[in-house]
Design a protein around this ligand. Structure first.
Ligand code: SF4
Length: 361
């Protein structure tokens, strides 16, 4: 064991689970569209959408996705581009690709039924241990604990967990403690309320900044609060450092009957915005201008720069508009791309900042 990674003894507060269940039933969230159902397909979809995405955003996407793909078989049989188009704007597009693959695995290898335990659920593509636990607890009443980022924060504070949660060993130990905190002899309804209670506490009261401890149902059990050290927990030593990246986007437009057409290319299969459609991207302004024929240079106009944050990147997007003359009809000027009617972009998988940019245009 490395120095500094020795487990620190932790005392478990008595009565935590009962308190959380009572609070969730009385004051927790009950009206989200994925609550109160035991259909693993719908719970799984909501859990994947909610990873890294706020509830308010998911509320718009979830019903739309379900209207088009009401069950796992319809999703498994979909074209990848259609799945990406419906996901467009939610970000973290590997989730959409895994979602599609996972649906196909469920259909082909499990006869269209999701496995019914956390252990087997986490063998599915894109389903991590905490997501598997959430599906198993909500749909099958399994006595298993979730441990996503919000729950790590809640339990890190509740237990004043002194170890560094940037490391795998402490994370595993916290998971063991999360299991030990589960309600004893819980029935399926208790597991639903308990699991939802952990999520609700992290989302509404025990928030990253300015937690509302005075309203917290477990305040008197919380060690971080007792030590007046709430902001110290959870302990994470590794901080995310985002690299900055600048892209020049060439928006070729040409007149078409009833409006404009735009030239789009599919992004490569890996990297930023992989598999989505995007105007051609260049690393510098000079590279971009090189592909514009001399007679059209004066038509180029630079649009305001857009800043966009990804998990590991801080992006500066420089959109450059080039409206082509009518006589350019029929030319396909760039490789691996095609012309799309600007009024027809709803069904195209576009990155969120590109869609916002095109909407403004
Ligand atoms: Fe979080 Fe405060 Fe409740 Fe402790 S008392 S669990 S820090 S909200």
């Amino acid at each position: 064991m490395k120095p500094g990674s020795e487990p620190v003894p932790v005392a478990l507060p008595a009565g935590f689970a009962a308190r959380l269940i009572e609070w969730q039933r009385r004051a927790g969230r009950h009206d989200l569209p994925w609550q109160g159902i035991r259909d693993p397909y719908r719970v799984w979809l909501s859990e994947i959408m909610l990873q890294q995405t706020q509830v308010s955003t998911v509320l718009a996407y979830y019903p739309r996705f379900l209207a088009r793909f009401p069950d796992v078989r319809s999703l498994a049989g979909a074209q990848p581009d259609e799945v990406m188009a419906l996901w467009s704007g939610l970000g973290y597009y590997s989730r959409a690709r895994n979602l599609h693959r996972c649906a196909q695995v469920v259909v082909v290898e499990h006869g269209g039924c999701f496995p019914d335990s956390a252990e087997s659920l986490q063998r599915l593509p894109g389903v991590g241990a905490s997501t598997a636990a959430a599906i198993a607890a909500f749909c099958f009443g399994e006595r298993v604990s979730i441990l996503d980022g919000n729950v790590r924060r809640v339990l890190g504070r509740l237990l004043a967990f002194e170890e560094d949660l940037a490391r795998a060993g402490p994370q595993q130990r916290l998971w063991g403690l999360a299991q030990a905190l589960l309600p004893e002899q819980a029935d399926a309804k208790d597991m639903v309320a308990y699991t939802q209670g952990l999520m609700d506490l992290g989302a509404t009261l025990c928030t990253r900044s300015r937690p509302r401890c005075s309203e917290c149902p477990v305040q008197d059990l919380c060690l971080a609060h007792a030590r007046d050290a709430v902001q110290k927990f959870p302990i994470r030593t590794r901080h995310l450092r985002r690299q900055s990246v600048s892209w020049w986007l060439l928006l070729w437009r040409r007149p078409a009957p009833g409006g404009w057409q735009l030239h789009l290319q599919r992004r490569p299969a890996s990297g930023i915005w992989s598999g989505l459609f995007c105007p051609p991207v260049y690393g510098t302004e000079a590279e971009l201008l090189e592909v514009v024929p001399g007679q059209w240079r004066e038509r180029v106009s630079m649009l305001p720069v857009i800043s966009h944050s990804l998990t590991h990147r801080e992006m500066r997007l420089h959109p450059v508009l080039l409206d082509l003359p009518t006589e350019s009809h029929g030319d396909v000027l760039l490789p691996d791309g095609g012309w799309v009617d600007c009024g027809d972009l709803t069904g195209v998988g576009l990155p969120a900042p590109v869609r916002q940019l095109l909407d403004r245009l």
